[in-house]
Design a binder for this molecule. Structure first.
Ligand code: ATP
Length: 449
């Protein structure tokens, strides 16, 4: 077997293990699975929804709540079709589509390494442009005037609300408007599990700056966004910033960097950080006939701001953190059969603490464990009560769920009001007092923040 074939198989193997763990533990399911699934659509299960919420929460904390100069919005997914005409999406948001003449499969020409069908080596048709926007009808009339689009990016809502937000909140340039929400693209090729899907969540921020200061702000945001992934525990050697080649840039971008991760299939995009100049505001100003310029009261001058945009994906980030955290440990003293563990940063972990009574048929152990879980709930720390199966199997389940700490209520707990706390990564256990349980987990969580 050639080295590259071996590598391909290993990648496939790792991805299929991750997909299977996602299903087994309730992170991600195929959408409409009982009907055979729907191409590229996924449902987040009980653990997945927590993971993705934590990713979005960390993003919001870092980009909005942790700063004075960025505020958030939550805009409608369906916008006036005039928005997408002005922004250039109706005429230009397309990918080059090619068909294989032999096996009839479809490909994105710009993603092919060679000008032949990757599946069967067959000859490909000439490329034609395929618009990625989903359209639908608003209202009961089936005529063209009612055609609307599901947004393919969240960014346009920040541009058309630029003055609303600036005036309502009396923001001074430089400042940003952020949004987290669903976007939709009719992707030609859907690939790598949730990496490229047709419905996904974006975490985008438009940072409005004075022209002339745009290069330094691009520099600032590319570094800030790169650091965010590292700070949340992604392996630094698997992260890089890559500047776009001039022919790669979107039509609106003066300069652009991708934050990339080395996925099992190779280096690929996590997030784009682009200098969109005044392209969008100028287009909307022209098309709407409404002034969108900013008046700087100090300098007594009016200008159209430039925009730096960090555009990330919540699903893509969640997938990357899952892949990065996945580890199969060989057998050790602690675990004779080895174990699979998700070494997620505790801030991202779906469950922060699992509370386990040593035996489920001892009502004193069960009552104490339930009291402790309630205490976590009262402090808004996501905890989980589990009494099924042996303690070893319960630890193994929590390791696979990425739960950083397991608290076990044993017979000693009934005598001296202490529990053991087990660390997911080291498997080391220590005894702490029940009164201190929530505080201990909270302070461990803070230590990581
Ligand atoms: P690609 O080159 O991978 O198609 P893009 O450059 O078109 O992506 P952007 O338009 O910059 O992507 O979107 C910003 C971010 O939104 C991406 O970095 C990614 O995290 C996320 N994203 C975009 N398209 C998808 C998709 N189809 N599925 C999941 N996430 C996506």
């Amino acid at each position: 077997m050639s080295d590259s074939k071996k590598k391909d198989d290993a990648e496939q193997d790792l991805m299929s293990k991750i997909v299977s763990l996602c299903k087994r533990r309730g992170f991600i399911f195929q959408s409409s699975e009982i009907y055979g699934g729907l191409r590229s659509c996924y449902d987040y299960g009980p653990l997945g929804v927590e993971l993705k919420r934590n990713v979005k929460e960390q993003w919001w904390r870092s980009v909005v709540h942790g700063r004075e100069d960025v505020v958030g919005i939550d805009a409608s997914i369906i916008m006036s079709p005039k928005v997408w005409e002005a922004s250039g999406h109706v005429s230009g948001f397309s990918d080059p589509l090619v068909d294989c003449r032999k096996c009839k499969s479809r490909w994105r020409e710009d993603k092919l390494a060679e000008p032949r069908c990757p599946k069967c080596g067959g000859e490909l048709t000439e490329a034609r442009q395929f618009n990625l926007m989903f359209s639908t009808k608003l209202g009961p009339l089936e005529d063209d005037s009612a055609t609307v689009y599901l947004r393919p990016e969240t960014a346009q809502a920040m541009f058309v609300n630029f003055l609303n937000v600036q005036q309502a909140y009396r923001m001074k340039i430089p400042f940003g408007i952020a949004q987290v929400g669903k976007s939709f693209r009719n992707e030609i090729v859907v690939e790598h599990f949730t990496f490229r899907s047709c419905e996904f969540e974006q975490m985008e921020m438009e940072f409005f700056v004075k022209p002339g200061t745009d290069d330094e702000w691009l520099e600032y945001w590319k570094e800030a966004r790169f650091s965010w992934y590292k700070d949340l525990g992604a392996t630094p050697e698997k992260l890089r910033l890559r500047q776009h080649e001039p022919d790669e840039r979107a039509h609106y971008a003066k300069d652009c960097y991708d934050v990339e991760y080395e996925y099992p299939w190779g280096w690929d995009e996590l997030e784009g950080v682009a200098n969109r100049t005044d392209y969008d505001l100028a287009k909307h100003e022209k098309a709407s006939g409404k002034k969108l310029s900013y008046f700087d009261p100090q300098a007594q001058e009016r200008f159209l701001p430039y925009v730096i945009e960090p555009a990330a994906g919540a699903d893509r980030a969640a997938l990357m953190f899952l892949v990065d955290a996945y580890e199969e440990e060989p057998p050790s003293e602690g675990r004779k059969d080895g174990r699979t563990v998700l070494r997620l940063d505790p801030r991202l972990a779906p469950i922060k603490a699992a509370v386990l009574p040593l035996k489920k048929n001892d009502e004193n152990l069960v009552a104490k464990a339930r009291e402790i879980v309630q205490e976590f709930f009262l402090h808004s720390v996501n905890a989980f009560y589990d009494e099924k199966d042996s303690i070893g199997r319960r630890y193994a389940r929590q390791d696979e769920a990425g739960t950083p700490w397991c608290l076990t209520v044993d017979f000693q707990s009934l005598d001296d009001d202490t529990v053991t706390i087990r660390d997911r990564d080291t498997m080391a256990q220590e005894r702490i007092s029940v009164d201190e349980a929530v505080k201990t987990v909270e302070s461990k969580l803070r230590a990581k923040a």
